[in-house]
Design a protein around this ligand. Sequence first.
Ligand code: AMP
Length: 223
Amino acid sequence: MAMNMFRSVILGAPASGKGTISSRIVNKFQLDHISSGDKLRLQIKNKTAIGNEVSKYTSTGKFVPDDIMIKFIMNEINNARGPWLLDGFPRTRSQCEALWTQQPLDLAINLVVPFEVIIDRVKNRWVHLPSGRVYNIDFNAPKVAGKDDVTGEALTQREDDKPEVVQRRLEDYQMKTQPVIDFFREKGILEDFEGRTSDEIWPKVLECLIRHIPIQLTSQQNV
Ligand code: AMP
């Protein structure tokens, strides 16, 4: 398979390490990272026609309607000059079908991190709201428990990071993503990558990509 034909997608729950794994992939293999959320945020920031149209959905956490989303992302894909990694699209069965008709994928990377690991990770996250500094009790603890290193002010926990909220978000993700997972599994291109951390998952993803992408065409960069 020619490198420029390589088409892939990455699936993973919120805080599963999808961002970390995606950036390692795009650095190592020089793929175009097509993140639907990032692309939409850029449109919104630039106040384009599409940005104005979608902001009413994104601002309330609702899915952008399929017809708008499909047109927008297929256009981004068709503009890509090399291989790509989709992120955040497709999210519904009809997005899967539209994508598959026009651009069948080679690989769907599914990150599988136990929910209790994600909840635990997020539970230990504390922020200093005025500066946005983020700490994690496990691997980036503040010098004094509960206090910001720079100002000594109190740290707080985001409402979104509370275990019960994270649990709900994960359940919502699972319910909404199941049809997408089923679709790619039926097509025979879904690969599950299980682990508790990105460092545990990454070597497995790397090994799989090396099997799919001719090695002489990968970047020399060490990740
Ligand atoms: P994300 O950063 O991937 O969570 O995307 C941010 C927001 O963009 C979502 O909450 C949706 O409103 C919208 N969005 C991104 N991707 C899609 C998609 N594939 N289908 C529908 N809406 C999407």
